[in-house]
Design a protein around this ligand. Sequence first.
Ligand code: GCB
Length: 592
Amino acid sequence: MLKPQTSATRELVRLDGLWRFALDSADVPEPWAAPLDTPLEAPVPASYNDLFTDPRIREHVGWAWYQRSVRVPRGWAGDRVIVRVDAATHEGVVYVDDVKVAEHVGGYLPFEADITEHVTPGAEFRLTIGVDNELTMETIPPGTIEVAADGRRVQRYFHDFYNYAGLARSVWLASRPAVHVDDVTVVTELEGTTGIVRVDTVVSADAAVRATLRDASGTVVGTADGASATIRVADATLWQPGAAYLYQLTLEALVDGEVVDEYALPVGIRTIEVRGAEFLINGEPFYFTGFGKHEDTAVRGKGHDDAYLVHDFQLMDWIGANSFRTAHYPYAEEVMEFADRHGIVVIDETPAVGLNLGLIGGITGAPKLATWSPGTIGDAAQAAHAQVLRELVARDKNHPSVVMWSITNEPASNEEGAREYFEPLVQLTRELDPSRPVTFVNVMMAPAGTDLVADLFDVICLNRYYGWYVNTGDLAAAEAGLETELRAWESLYGKPLIMTEYGADTMPGVHSVWDQPWSEEYQTAVLDMFHRVHDRVPALVGEQVWNFADFQTSAGIFRVDGNKKGVFTRDRKPKAAAHALRTRWTAMRDRA
Ligand code: GCB
Protein backbone atom coordinates (compact mmCIF):
# COMPACT_ATOMS: atom_id res chain seq x y z
CA MET A 1 0.00 0.00 0.00
CA LEU A 2 1.51 3.30 -1.10
CA LYS A 3 1.63 6.25 1.24
CA PRO A 4 -0.91 8.86 0.07
CA GLN A 5 0.55 12.04 -1.42
CA THR A 6 -0.35 15.11 -3.41
CA SER A 7 0.58 15.01 -7.08
CA ALA A 8 -0.78 16.37 -10.35
CA THR A 9 -3.58 13.80 -9.99
CA ARG A 10 -3.93 13.34 -6.22
CA GLU A 11 -4.94 15.45 -3.24
CA LEU A 12 -4.60 14.99 0.47
CA VAL A 13 -6.24 16.35 3.62
CA ARG A 14 -4.61 15.70 7.00
CA LEU A 15 -7.27 14.97 9.62
CA ASP A 16 -5.07 15.69 12.64
CA GLY A 17 -6.28 17.86 15.50
CA LEU A 18 -8.77 17.41 18.33
CA TRP A 19 -11.30 14.60 17.97
CA ARG A 20 -14.19 13.70 20.28
CA PHE A 21 -13.01 10.87 22.51
CA ALA A 22 -14.67 8.30 24.76
CA LEU A 23 -13.91 4.93 26.27
CA ASP A 24 -16.12 2.07 25.20
CA SER A 25 -19.18 1.76 27.40
CA ALA A 26 -22.02 -0.74 27.65
CA ASP A 27 -24.42 2.25 27.67
CA VAL A 28 -23.47 3.19 24.11
CA PRO A 29 -23.34 -0.06 22.14
CA GLU A 30 -22.92 1.67 18.77
CA PRO A 31 -20.74 4.76 19.38
CA TRP A 32 -20.37 5.38 15.63
CA ALA A 33 -24.14 5.70 15.09
CA ALA A 34 -24.48 9.24 16.47
CA PRO A 35 -22.27 12.13 17.57
CA LEU A 36 -20.32 10.89 20.62
CA ASP A 37 -21.82 12.36 23.77
CA THR A 38 -18.60 13.03 25.67
CA PRO A 39 -16.82 15.87 27.48
CA LEU A 40 -13.43 14.58 26.32
CA GLU A 41 -11.39 15.60 23.32
CA ALA A 42 -8.16 13.86 22.31
CA PRO A 43 -5.46 15.05 19.95
CA VAL A 44 -4.47 13.04 16.90
CA PRO A 45 -1.66 12.08 16.69
CA ALA A 46 -1.05 11.06 20.33
CA SER A 47 -1.47 8.04 22.56
CA TYR A 48 -4.45 8.73 24.81
CA ASN A 49 -3.06 7.22 28.04
CA ASP A 50 -1.16 10.16 29.54
CA LEU A 51 -3.46 12.95 28.35
CA PHE A 52 -6.08 12.67 31.06
CA THR A 53 -5.76 12.54 34.84
CA ASP A 54 -8.32 9.75 35.23
CA PRO A 55 -6.45 6.48 35.94
CA ARG A 56 -9.35 4.52 34.41
CA ILE A 57 -8.46 6.03 31.04
CA ARG A 58 -4.73 5.46 31.45
CA GLU A 59 -5.15 1.81 32.39
CA HIS A 60 -8.21 1.13 30.21
CA VAL A 61 -8.27 -2.29 28.54
CA GLY A 62 -10.45 -2.55 25.45
CA TRP A 63 -11.95 -0.22 22.87
CA ALA A 64 -11.80 3.56 22.83
CA TRP A 65 -13.50 5.79 20.27
CA TYR A 66 -12.37 8.83 18.31
CA GLN A 67 -14.79 10.83 16.22
CA ARG A 68 -14.95 13.99 14.11
CA SER A 69 -16.79 15.30 11.11
CA VAL A 70 -15.00 15.56 7.80
CA ARG A 71 -15.94 17.41 4.64
CA VAL A 72 -14.97 15.84 1.33
CA PRO A 73 -13.52 18.55 -0.95
CA ARG A 74 -16.11 19.25 -3.61
CA GLY A 75 -13.48 19.08 -6.35
CA TRP A 76 -13.02 15.34 -5.72
CA ALA A 77 -16.08 14.28 -7.77
CA GLY A 78 -14.97 11.57 -10.17
CA ASP A 79 -12.06 10.43 -7.98
CA ARG A 80 -11.87 7.64 -5.43
CA VAL A 81 -11.97 8.87 -1.82
CA ILE A 82 -9.71 7.07 0.65
CA VAL A 83 -9.39 7.16 4.43
CA ARG A 84 -5.94 6.18 5.62
CA VAL A 85 -4.99 5.51 9.24
CA ASP A 86 -1.21 5.51 9.76
CA ALA A 87 -1.55 3.44 12.96
CA ALA A 88 -4.30 2.33 15.36
CA THR A 89 -2.85 0.54 18.37
CA HIS A 90 -3.37 -2.42 18.46
CA GLU A 91 -6.55 -2.97 16.49
CA GLY A 92 -8.59 -0.44 14.55
CA VAL A 93 -12.05 -0.17 13.08
CA VAL A 94 -13.31 2.69 10.90
CA TYR A 95 -16.89 3.83 10.38
CA VAL A 96 -18.15 6.34 7.85
CA ASP A 97 -21.46 7.46 9.35
CA ASP A 98 -23.11 4.11 10.18
CA VAL A 99 -21.06 1.94 7.82
CA LYS A 100 -18.03 -0.05 8.84
CA VAL A 101 -15.43 0.50 6.11
CA ALA A 102 -12.21 -0.99 7.54
CA GLU A 103 -10.84 -3.27 10.23
CA HIS A 104 -7.18 -3.87 10.95
CA VAL A 105 -5.15 -5.84 13.47
CA GLY A 106 -1.60 -4.74 14.32
CA GLY A 107 -0.80 -1.51 16.08
CA TYR A 108 2.10 0.00 14.18
CA LEU A 109 1.29 -0.31 10.49
CA PRO A 110 -1.11 1.63 8.26
CA PHE A 111 -4.40 0.62 6.67
CA GLU A 112 -6.93 2.31 4.42
CA ALA A 113 -10.44 2.08 3.03
CA ASP A 114 -12.00 3.26 -0.22
CA ILE A 115 -15.07 5.14 0.99
CA THR A 116 -16.19 6.62 -2.34
CA GLU A 117 -19.56 4.88 -2.25
CA HIS A 118 -20.37 6.25 1.21
CA VAL A 119 -19.57 9.95 0.83
CA THR A 120 -20.48 12.91 -1.38
CA PRO A 121 -17.96 15.48 -2.61
CA GLY A 122 -18.74 18.81 -0.95
CA ALA A 123 -20.69 17.18 1.90
CA GLU A 124 -19.73 16.23 5.46
CA PHE A 125 -19.66 12.80 7.01
CA ARG A 126 -19.07 11.45 10.53
CA LEU A 127 -15.77 9.61 10.81
CA THR A 128 -15.46 7.28 13.82
CA ILE A 129 -12.36 5.26 14.58
CA GLY A 130 -12.28 2.62 17.30
CA VAL A 131 -8.98 1.43 18.77
CA ASP A 132 -8.53 -1.65 20.92
CA ASN A 133 -5.36 -1.99 23.02
CA GLU A 134 -5.79 -5.63 24.03
CA LEU A 135 -2.83 -7.97 23.71
CA THR A 136 -3.42 -11.72 23.78
CA MET A 137 -1.50 -14.85 22.91
CA GLU A 138 -2.78 -14.37 19.36
CA THR A 139 -1.41 -10.85 18.86
CA ILE A 140 2.04 -9.46 18.07
CA PRO A 141 3.27 -8.39 20.56
CA PRO A 142 1.60 -10.92 22.87
CA GLY A 143 0.03 -10.38 26.28
CA THR A 144 -2.59 -11.74 28.64
CA ILE A 145 -5.57 -10.11 30.29
CA GLU A 146 -6.27 -10.82 33.94
CA VAL A 147 -9.39 -9.99 35.86
CA ALA A 148 -8.69 -8.33 39.22
CA ALA A 149 -10.68 -9.09 42.38
CA ASP A 150 -12.81 -5.96 41.81
CA GLY A 151 -13.65 -7.04 38.25
CA ARG A 152 -11.22 -4.68 36.47
CA ARG A 153 -9.51 -6.14 33.43
CA VAL A 154 -5.73 -5.75 33.67
CA GLN A 155 -3.41 -6.05 30.69
CA ARG A 156 -0.14 -7.96 31.26
CA TYR A 157 2.62 -8.14 28.70
CA PHE A 158 6.14 -9.44 28.34
CA HIS A 159 7.91 -6.40 26.90
CA ASP A 160 9.59 -3.53 28.69
CA PHE A 161 7.74 -0.47 27.42
CA TYR A 162 4.37 1.01 28.30
CA ASN A 163 1.41 -0.28 26.30
CA TYR A 164 0.47 3.09 24.84
CA ALA A 165 -2.68 3.06 22.73
CA GLY A 166 -4.75 5.24 20.45
CA LEU A 167 -4.18 7.09 17.19
CA ALA A 168 -0.49 7.89 17.60
CA ARG A 169 0.05 8.81 13.95
CA SER A 170 -1.82 10.87 11.36
CA VAL A 171 -5.17 10.10 9.76
CA TRP A 172 -5.69 11.20 6.14
CA LEU A 173 -8.42 11.78 3.61
CA ALA A 174 -6.98 11.23 0.15
CA SER A 175 -8.19 11.40 -3.42
CA ARG A 176 -6.89 9.03 -6.02
CA PRO A 177 -7.83 8.48 -9.65
CA ALA A 178 -9.94 5.38 -10.41
CA VAL A 179 -7.10 4.04 -12.54
CA HIS A 180 -3.99 4.54 -10.49
CA VAL A 181 -0.51 3.44 -9.54
CA ASP A 182 -1.21 0.85 -6.85
CA ASP A 183 2.26 -0.25 -5.80
CA VAL A 184 5.89 0.06 -6.76
CA THR A 185 9.04 -1.80 -5.77
CA VAL A 186 12.42 -0.19 -6.41
CA VAL A 187 15.67 -2.14 -6.07
CA THR A 188 19.06 -0.65 -6.90
CA GLU A 189 22.35 -2.22 -7.93
CA LEU A 190 25.73 -0.96 -9.07
CA GLU A 191 27.81 -1.88 -12.09
CA GLY A 192 31.04 0.03 -11.63
CA THR A 193 29.89 3.63 -11.37
CA THR A 194 26.58 2.99 -13.13
CA GLY A 195 23.50 2.81 -10.92
CA ILE A 196 20.87 0.27 -11.98
CA VAL A 197 17.38 1.18 -10.81
CA ARG A 198 14.86 -1.63 -11.21
CA VAL A 199 11.27 -0.47 -10.97
CA ASP A 200 8.29 -2.81 -10.72
CA THR A 201 4.98 -1.00 -10.84
CA VAL A 202 1.48 -2.32 -10.24
CA VAL A 203 -1.42 -0.38 -11.71
CA SER A 204 -5.01 -0.84 -10.60
CA ALA A 205 -6.34 -1.50 -14.09
CA ASP A 206 -5.17 -1.90 -17.63
CA ALA A 207 -2.90 1.11 -18.05
CA ALA A 208 0.52 1.81 -19.49
CA VAL A 209 3.33 2.88 -17.15
CA ARG A 210 6.03 5.49 -17.71
CA ALA A 211 8.88 5.94 -15.22
CA THR A 212 11.03 9.08 -15.13
CA LEU A 213 14.06 9.47 -12.88
CA ARG A 214 15.37 12.93 -12.03
CA ASP A 215 18.45 13.90 -10.07
CA ALA A 216 18.34 16.21 -7.07
CA SER A 217 18.47 19.27 -9.31
CA GLY A 218 15.46 18.07 -11.30
CA THR A 219 17.34 17.03 -14.44
CA VAL A 220 15.97 13.89 -16.10
CA VAL A 221 18.61 11.16 -15.93
CA GLY A 222 16.57 8.28 -17.31
CA THR A 223 13.15 7.14 -18.47
CA ALA A 224 11.60 3.76 -19.10
CA ASP A 225 8.25 2.41 -20.25
CA GLY A 226 6.44 -0.59 -18.86
CA ALA A 227 5.46 -2.05 -15.51
CA SER A 228 8.83 -3.73 -15.21
CA ALA A 229 11.53 -1.24 -16.08
CA THR A 230 15.25 -0.73 -15.61
CA ILE A 231 16.85 2.69 -15.62
CA ARG A 232 20.62 2.97 -15.86
CA VAL A 233 22.24 6.02 -14.30
CA ALA A 234 25.78 6.74 -15.51
CA ASP A 235 28.12 8.06 -12.78
CA ALA A 236 25.41 7.68 -10.19
CA THR A 237 25.67 9.69 -6.99
CA LEU A 238 25.22 7.09 -4.27
CA TRP A 239 23.07 7.18 -1.16
CA GLN A 240 25.74 6.91 1.52
CA PRO A 241 25.50 6.74 5.30
CA GLY A 242 25.96 10.32 6.47
CA ALA A 243 25.72 11.61 2.89
CA ALA A 244 22.24 10.93 1.58
CA TYR A 245 21.54 11.58 -2.07
CA LEU A 246 18.06 11.05 -3.43
CA TYR A 247 16.85 10.85 -6.98
CA GLN A 248 13.17 11.43 -7.64
CA LEU A 249 11.21 8.73 -9.46
CA THR A 250 7.92 9.75 -11.06
CA LEU A 251 5.52 7.04 -12.19
CA GLU A 252 2.72 7.82 -14.59
CA ALA A 253 -0.22 5.61 -15.43
CA LEU A 254 -1.48 6.26 -18.97
CA VAL A 255 -4.73 5.30 -20.68
CA ASP A 256 -4.88 5.95 -24.44
CA GLY A 257 -1.74 8.02 -24.14
CA GLU A 258 -3.23 10.31 -21.53
CA VAL A 259 -1.76 10.57 -18.02
CA VAL A 260 -4.44 9.46 -15.54
CA ASP A 261 -2.25 9.18 -12.43
CA GLU A 262 1.11 10.39 -11.20
CA TYR A 263 2.99 9.12 -8.15
CA ALA A 264 6.48 10.19 -7.07
CA LEU A 265 8.96 8.63 -4.71
CA PRO A 266 12.55 9.32 -3.67
CA VAL A 267 15.13 6.74 -4.68
CA GLY A 268 18.53 6.25 -3.11
CA ILE A 269 20.99 4.25 -5.18
CA ARG A 270 22.95 1.98 -2.88
CA THR A 271 23.81 -1.67 -2.32
CA ILE A 272 23.80 -3.85 0.79
CA GLU A 273 25.76 -7.05 1.13
CA VAL A 274 26.82 -9.43 3.87
CA ARG A 275 30.15 -11.01 3.01
CA GLY A 276 31.72 -13.32 5.56
CA ALA A 277 31.67 -11.40 8.83
CA GLU A 278 31.39 -8.01 7.11
CA PHE A 279 28.38 -5.79 6.51
CA LEU A 280 28.93 -3.81 3.31
CA ILE A 281 27.13 -0.69 2.14
CA ASN A 282 28.12 0.24 -1.42
CA GLY A 283 30.86 -2.36 -1.20
CA GLU A 284 32.50 -0.73 1.84
CA PRO A 285 32.55 -2.26 5.35
CA PHE A 286 30.06 -0.44 7.53
CA TYR A 287 30.26 -0.16 11.35
CA PHE A 288 26.94 0.73 13.01
CA THR A 289 27.04 3.33 15.77
CA GLY A 290 23.90 4.59 17.45
CA PHE A 291 20.95 3.39 19.45
CA GLY A 292 17.98 1.24 19.99
CA LYS A 293 15.30 3.93 20.14
CA HIS A 294 11.65 4.13 21.14
CA GLU A 295 8.78 6.29 20.06
CA ASP A 296 8.22 7.79 23.49
CA THR A 297 7.79 11.27 24.90
CA ALA A 298 5.99 12.78 27.87
CA VAL A 299 2.24 13.42 27.47
CA ARG A 300 2.15 12.21 23.83
CA GLY A 301 3.24 8.66 24.64
CA LYS A 302 3.95 7.17 21.24
CA GLY A 303 2.39 10.11 19.40
CA HIS A 304 4.47 11.18 16.43
CA ASP A 305 5.85 14.70 16.76
CA ASP A 306 7.93 16.47 14.10
CA ALA A 307 9.70 18.62 16.71
CA TYR A 308 10.99 15.54 18.55
CA LEU A 309 11.80 13.95 15.19
CA VAL A 310 14.06 16.84 14.22
CA HIS A 311 15.57 17.17 17.69
CA ASP A 312 16.30 13.44 18.07
CA PHE A 313 18.10 13.36 14.73
CA GLN A 314 20.01 16.50 15.72
CA LEU A 315 21.15 14.78 18.91
CA MET A 316 22.12 11.64 16.99
CA ASP A 317 24.21 13.78 14.66
CA TRP A 318 25.75 15.67 17.62
CA ILE A 319 26.77 12.42 19.27
CA GLY A 320 28.19 10.96 16.04
CA ALA A 321 25.62 8.15 15.59
CA ASN A 322 25.14 6.80 12.07
CA SER A 323 22.24 4.40 12.69
CA PHE A 324 19.38 3.20 14.90
CA ARG A 325 17.09 0.21 15.31
CA THR A 326 13.32 0.75 15.36
CA ALA A 327 13.04 -1.11 18.66
CA HIS A 328 10.53 -2.73 19.11
CA TYR A 329 8.01 -1.96 16.33
CA PRO A 330 7.83 -0.11 13.00
CA TYR A 331 8.12 3.66 13.48
CA ALA A 332 6.08 6.41 11.82
CA GLU A 333 6.78 6.76 8.10
CA GLU A 334 7.89 10.35 8.70
CA VAL A 335 10.83 8.92 10.67
CA MET A 336 11.83 6.59 7.85
CA GLU A 337 11.62 9.38 5.27
CA PHE A 338 13.73 11.64 7.46
CA ALA A 339 16.36 8.91 7.76
CA ASP A 340 16.33 8.59 3.95
CA ARG A 341 16.91 12.31 3.52
CA HIS A 342 19.62 12.56 6.17
CA GLY A 343 21.64 9.42 5.52
CA ILE A 344 20.87 7.60 8.76
CA VAL A 345 21.02 3.80 8.54
CA VAL A 346 18.02 1.90 9.94
CA ILE A 347 17.54 -1.65 11.20
CA ASP A 348 13.78 -2.02 10.71
CA GLU A 349 12.13 -4.16 13.40
CA THR A 350 8.71 -5.80 13.64
CA PRO A 351 6.59 -5.57 16.84
CA ALA A 352 7.49 -9.20 17.65
CA VAL A 353 8.82 -8.48 21.12
CA GLY A 354 8.11 -10.44 24.28
CA LEU A 355 8.01 -13.86 22.62
CA ASN A 356 9.81 -15.15 25.68
CA LEU A 357 7.69 -16.32 28.58
CA GLY A 358 10.58 -17.80 30.54
CA LEU A 359 12.28 -14.42 30.68
CA ILE A 360 9.43 -12.69 32.44
CA GLY A 361 8.94 -15.77 34.59
CA GLY A 362 12.54 -15.54 35.68
CA ILE A 363 12.28 -11.90 36.66
CA THR A 364 8.95 -12.06 38.46
CA GLY A 365 9.37 -15.46 40.03
CA ALA A 366 6.16 -16.62 38.37
CA PRO A 367 6.11 -20.22 37.10
CA LYS A 368 7.92 -20.65 33.81
CA LEU A 369 5.73 -21.33 30.80
CA ALA A 370 6.88 -22.95 27.59
CA THR A 371 6.97 -20.15 25.03
CA TRP A 372 6.30 -22.16 21.88
CA SER A 373 3.17 -24.20 22.50
CA PRO A 374 -0.46 -24.24 21.34
CA GLY A 375 -1.64 -22.47 24.52
CA THR A 376 1.10 -19.82 24.44
CA ILE A 377 2.90 -18.59 21.32
CA GLY A 378 1.38 -20.93 18.74
CA ASP A 379 -0.03 -20.96 15.23
CA ALA A 380 -2.22 -17.88 15.68
CA ALA A 381 0.68 -15.72 16.86
CA GLN A 382 2.84 -17.07 14.07
CA ALA A 383 0.16 -16.13 11.52
CA ALA A 384 -0.07 -12.64 13.02
CA HIS A 385 3.73 -12.38 12.88
CA ALA A 386 3.70 -13.36 9.19
CA GLN A 387 1.06 -10.72 8.48
CA VAL A 388 3.12 -8.04 10.22
CA LEU A 389 6.13 -9.02 8.08
CA ARG A 390 4.04 -8.70 4.89
CA GLU A 391 2.76 -5.29 5.89
CA LEU A 392 6.13 -4.02 7.13
CA VAL A 393 7.99 -4.98 3.97
CA ALA A 394 5.16 -3.58 1.83
CA ARG A 395 5.39 -0.26 3.69
CA ASP A 396 9.17 0.14 4.03
CA LYS A 397 10.71 -1.75 1.09
CA ASN A 398 11.60 1.41 -0.85
CA HIS A 399 13.50 3.25 1.90
CA PRO A 400 17.23 3.41 1.14
CA SER A 401 17.85 3.97 4.87
CA VAL A 402 16.48 0.51 5.68
CA VAL A 403 19.44 -1.85 5.35
CA MET A 404 18.10 -4.89 7.21
CA TRP A 405 14.92 -6.44 8.62
CA SER A 406 14.90 -7.46 12.28
CA ILE A 407 12.05 -9.93 12.52
CA THR A 408 11.99 -10.23 16.33
CA ASN A 409 13.55 -8.98 19.57
CA GLU A 410 14.75 -11.42 22.25
CA PRO A 411 12.59 -14.45 21.54
CA ALA A 412 13.05 -17.68 23.50
CA SER A 413 15.39 -18.93 20.80
CA ASN A 414 16.81 -21.56 23.15
CA GLU A 415 13.45 -23.24 23.76
CA GLU A 416 12.16 -26.23 21.89
CA GLY A 417 9.86 -25.12 19.08
CA ALA A 418 11.78 -21.92 18.27
CA ARG A 419 13.13 -23.25 15.01
CA GLU A 420 9.74 -24.51 13.82
CA TYR A 421 8.30 -21.10 14.64
CA PHE A 422 11.00 -18.99 12.96
CA GLU A 423 12.13 -20.96 9.93
CA PRO A 424 8.99 -20.20 7.85
CA LEU A 425 9.09 -16.54 8.91
CA VAL A 426 12.70 -16.09 7.78
CA GLN A 427 11.79 -17.79 4.51
CA LEU A 428 8.80 -15.47 4.09
CA THR A 429 10.93 -12.38 4.73
CA ARG A 430 13.41 -13.46 2.08
CA GLU A 431 10.59 -14.04 -0.42
CA LEU A 432 9.06 -10.66 0.36
CA ASP A 433 12.41 -8.88 -0.05
CA PRO A 434 15.35 -10.77 -1.54
CA SER A 435 17.39 -7.54 -1.56
CA ARG A 436 18.03 -7.09 2.18
CA PRO A 437 19.67 -9.19 4.89
CA VAL A 438 17.50 -10.58 7.66
CA THR A 439 18.42 -10.58 11.34
CA PHE A 440 16.96 -11.27 14.76
CA VAL A 441 17.97 -9.97 18.16
CA ASN A 442 19.29 -12.66 20.49
CA VAL A 443 18.66 -12.57 24.24
CA MET A 444 21.37 -13.14 26.85
CA MET A 445 19.69 -16.36 28.10
CA ALA A 446 20.21 -18.00 24.68
CA PRO A 447 23.98 -17.82 24.10
CA ALA A 448 25.85 -19.50 21.25
CA GLY A 449 25.49 -23.24 21.71
CA THR A 450 21.99 -23.10 23.19
CA ASP A 451 20.37 -20.80 20.62
CA LEU A 452 18.47 -22.83 18.02
CA VAL A 453 17.88 -20.31 15.23
CA ALA A 454 20.90 -18.02 14.66
CA ASP A 455 22.13 -19.98 11.62
CA LEU A 456 18.91 -19.06 9.78
CA PHE A 457 19.92 -15.38 9.69
CA ASP A 458 22.47 -13.28 7.80
CA VAL A 459 23.51 -11.13 10.74
CA ILE A 460 23.28 -11.92 14.46
CA CYS A 461 22.25 -9.08 16.75
CA LEU A 462 22.99 -9.41 20.46
CA ASN A 463 21.50 -7.63 23.48
CA ARG A 464 23.91 -7.98 26.39
CA TYR A 465 23.83 -6.55 29.88
CA TYR A 466 27.19 -7.54 31.34
CA GLY A 467 27.82 -5.13 34.20
CA TRP A 468 24.09 -4.58 34.72
CA TYR A 469 21.82 -7.64 34.99
CA VAL A 470 24.89 -9.87 35.43
CA ASN A 471 28.23 -8.97 37.05
CA THR A 472 26.48 -5.95 38.54
CA GLY A 473 29.12 -3.48 39.69
CA ASP A 474 31.98 -5.85 38.72
CA LEU A 475 33.29 -4.58 35.43
CA ALA A 476 36.39 -6.80 35.40
CA ALA A 477 34.23 -9.94 35.49
CA ALA A 478 31.82 -8.34 33.03
CA GLU A 479 34.61 -7.61 30.54
CA ALA A 480 35.92 -11.17 30.68
CA GLY A 481 32.43 -12.67 30.32
CA LEU A 482 31.52 -10.46 27.39
CA GLU A 483 34.71 -11.21 25.48
CA THR A 484 34.41 -14.95 26.00
CA GLU A 485 30.86 -14.86 24.73
CA LEU A 486 31.56 -12.75 21.65
CA ARG A 487 34.48 -15.00 20.69
CA ALA A 488 32.14 -18.02 20.91
CA TRP A 489 29.61 -16.39 18.54
CA GLU A 490 32.39 -15.34 16.21
CA SER A 491 33.96 -18.78 15.93
CA LEU A 492 30.68 -20.71 15.78
CA TYR A 493 28.97 -18.71 13.02
CA GLY A 494 31.51 -16.52 11.20
CA LYS A 495 28.73 -14.01 10.57
CA PRO A 496 28.59 -10.29 11.35
CA LEU A 497 27.58 -9.56 14.94
CA ILE A 498 25.97 -6.31 16.07
CA MET A 499 25.64 -5.33 19.73
CA THR A 500 22.08 -3.97 19.48
CA GLU A 501 21.66 -3.36 23.21
CA TYR A 502 24.10 -2.65 26.02
CA GLY A 503 23.89 -0.12 28.81
CA ALA A 504 22.93 0.62 32.39
CA ASP A 505 20.02 2.35 34.12
CA THR A 506 21.16 5.77 35.27
CA MET A 507 19.52 8.45 37.38
CA PRO A 508 20.80 11.82 36.22
CA GLY A 509 22.48 13.53 39.15
CA VAL A 510 23.64 10.36 40.93
CA HIS A 511 27.44 10.42 41.10
CA SER A 512 30.15 8.17 42.51
CA VAL A 513 33.90 7.66 42.37
CA TRP A 514 33.28 3.87 42.55
CA ASP A 515 31.53 1.50 40.17
CA GLN A 516 28.16 2.34 41.61
CA PRO A 517 25.11 1.22 39.57
CA TRP A 518 22.64 4.03 38.74
CA SER A 519 25.39 6.69 38.79
CA GLU A 520 26.27 8.65 35.67
CA GLU A 521 29.89 7.52 36.00
CA TYR A 522 28.85 3.87 36.06
CA GLN A 523 26.85 4.18 32.85
CA THR A 524 29.92 5.64 31.17
CA ALA A 525 32.16 2.93 32.63
CA VAL A 526 29.88 0.13 31.40
CA LEU A 527 29.84 1.58 27.88
CA ASP A 528 33.64 2.03 27.95
CA MET A 529 34.04 -1.59 29.02
CA PHE A 530 31.90 -2.80 26.11
CA HIS A 531 33.85 -0.60 23.69
CA ARG A 532 37.18 -2.11 24.76
CA VAL A 533 35.78 -5.55 23.93
CA HIS A 534 34.10 -4.40 20.70
CA ASP A 535 37.44 -3.09 19.48
CA ARG A 536 39.04 -6.50 20.04
CA VAL A 537 36.45 -8.65 18.21
CA PRO A 538 36.64 -8.30 14.40
CA ALA A 539 33.22 -9.90 13.71
CA LEU A 540 31.53 -7.18 15.77
CA VAL A 541 30.34 -4.73 13.11
CA GLY A 542 28.26 -2.37 15.17
CA GLU A 543 27.23 -0.99 18.54
CA GLN A 544 23.84 0.47 19.38
CA VAL A 545 23.42 1.57 22.97
CA TRP A 546 20.21 0.88 24.88
CA ASN A 547 18.62 3.39 24.84
CA PHE A 548 18.71 6.74 23.09
CA ALA A 549 16.45 8.26 25.77
CA ASP A 550 14.67 7.22 28.97
CA PHE A 551 11.21 5.84 28.26
CA GLN A 552 8.02 4.83 30.05
CA THR A 553 7.32 1.24 31.09
CA SER A 554 4.60 -0.55 33.01
CA ALA A 555 4.70 -0.08 36.79
CA GLY A 556 7.30 -2.22 38.53
CA ILE A 557 10.02 -2.27 41.14
CA PHE A 558 12.77 -2.64 38.51
CA ARG A 559 11.90 0.72 36.99
CA VAL A 560 11.93 4.28 38.34
CA ASP A 561 9.15 6.11 36.48
CA GLY A 562 10.23 4.07 33.47
CA ASN A 563 13.44 2.64 32.05
CA LYS A 564 16.42 4.89 32.75
CA LYS A 565 18.97 3.41 30.36
CA GLY A 566 18.70 6.46 28.15
CA VAL A 567 21.87 8.31 27.26
CA PHE A 568 19.51 11.28 27.15
CA THR A 569 16.73 11.85 29.66
CA ARG A 570 13.16 11.54 28.50
CA ASP A 571 13.21 15.28 27.75
CA ARG A 572 16.46 14.83 25.82
CA LYS A 573 19.06 16.27 28.21
CA PRO A 574 22.45 14.52 27.96
CA LYS A 575 23.68 12.35 30.81
CA ALA A 576 27.46 12.15 31.27
CA ALA A 577 27.62 9.06 29.04
CA ALA A 578 26.38 11.10 26.09
CA HIS A 579 29.59 13.14 26.14
CA ALA A 580 31.75 10.01 26.33
CA LEU A 581 29.91 8.43 23.40
CA ARG A 582 30.30 11.65 21.46
CA THR A 583 34.05 11.53 21.89
CA ARG A 584 34.24 7.95 20.62
CA TRP A 585 31.71 8.12 17.78
CA THR A 586 32.66 11.50 16.33
CA ALA A 587 36.30 10.30 16.22
CA MET A 588 35.15 7.16 14.39
CA ARG A 589 33.08 9.29 12.02
CA ASP A 590 36.04 11.58 11.33
CA ARG A 591 38.24 8.58 10.53
CA ALA A 592 35.69 7.02 8.12
C1 GCB B 1 16.15 -5.83 26.79
C2 GCB B 1 14.98 -5.49 25.94
C3 GCB B 1 14.55 -4.05 26.10
C4 GCB B 1 14.61 -3.65 27.56
C5 GCB B 1 16.03 -3.81 28.06
C6 GCB B 1 16.19 -3.44 29.53
O1 GCB B 1 16.87 -6.76 26.57
O2 GCB B 1 15.18 -5.78 24.59
O3 GCB B 1 13.26 -3.90 25.58
O4 GCB B 1 14.14 -2.37 27.79
O5 GCB B 1 16.45 -5.12 27.89
O6 GCB B 1 16.48 -2.30 29.82
O7 GCB B 1 16.01 -4.33 30.36
